[in-house]
Design a protein around this ligand. Structure first.
Ligand SMILES: C[S@@+](CC[C@H](N)C(=O)[O-])C[C@H]1O[C@@H](n2cnc3c(N)ncnc32)[C@H](O)[C@@H]1O
Length: 214
């Protein structure tokens, strides 16, 4: 039988993107979360009070933090493979048994956590600021993600946010102030200084601290 004409193939595409009634992106995401859940079972073992860095980049900050806080179990994640590999090399070179770096997307990581795997401290340093108005929807901080973080944080957990961007700082402050599960705390110094890869380029530091309400 001759192949169907090109037009009918393209028309068939929307139907073919459905996998068991879900669209392709949703099915793919669920697969990633399931795989991560298995990874976390081993990587986090029985840890119940995790120090978490979201978007760890090259791992400078968390490797230094973990070395200085040997009693805390620290997990850093990033989307970009080569950054995670560089982070993992730092962990291995310094023989840090309390630090783990994983390649993961942040919302998928959070959705993969089990109820006992709770966050005690959350650090977000120099997240992508998405300065153009039409791109602001891509900023990690939004009401849904603050909920996600709160879902997996212990009562009293701290959320430390640092950016060079005045616009993203103001945006995050507004979102935290409006969120019922986080309370902004003023005047507390940044808990641990180690210049990150992006901080080195950006120089400016604008910090926020919030506490997860009971
Ligand atoms: C501007 S860099 C800052 C990296 C590091 N914190 C520093 O200060 O050097 C932002 C990092 O966040 C990571 N990232 C962005 N969105 C992410 C997401 N949804 N999940 C995990 N990592 C993410 C990027 O890959 C990038 O490495």
């Amino acid at each position: 039988m001759p192949p169907p004409p090109f037009r009918s193939l393209t028309k068939a595409m929307p139907e073919q993107t459905k996998v068991m009634g879900k669209d392709w992106a949703e099915a793919r995401r669920e697969g990633s979360v399931d795989r991560l859940r298995l990874t976390l079972q081993t990587a986090l073992a029985n840890q119940t009070a995790i120090t978490f860095e979201l978007g760890c980049g090259h791992g400078h900050w968390l490797a230094a933090y973990g070395a200085a806080h040997p009693t805390e179990f620290c997990v850093g994640i990033d989307l970009v493979t080569h950054r995670v590999e560089r982070s993992q090399r730092k962990q291995a070179l310094a023989k840090l048994t309390n630090v783990v770096f994983l390649k993961a997307e942040a919302t998928e990581f959070l959705d993969a956590l089990r109820p006992t795997q709770q966050l005690a401290k959350i650090f977000i340093l120099y997240p992508d600021p998405w300065p153009k108005k039409r791109h602001q929807k891509n900023r990690f901080i939004n009401a849904a993600n603050l909920d996600r973080l709160a879902d997996h944080a212990v009562a009293g957990a701290t959320l430390h946010f640092r950016t060079d961007s005045e616009a993203y700082h103001d945006w995050t402050r507004e979102h935290l102030a409006a969120h019922p599960r986080w309370q902004l705390v003023e005047g507390t110094p940044w808990p641990f200084e180690r210049t990150t890869f992006f901080e080195d380029m950006m120089k400016a530091k604008r910090d926020l601290l919030a506490v997860r309400l009971p």
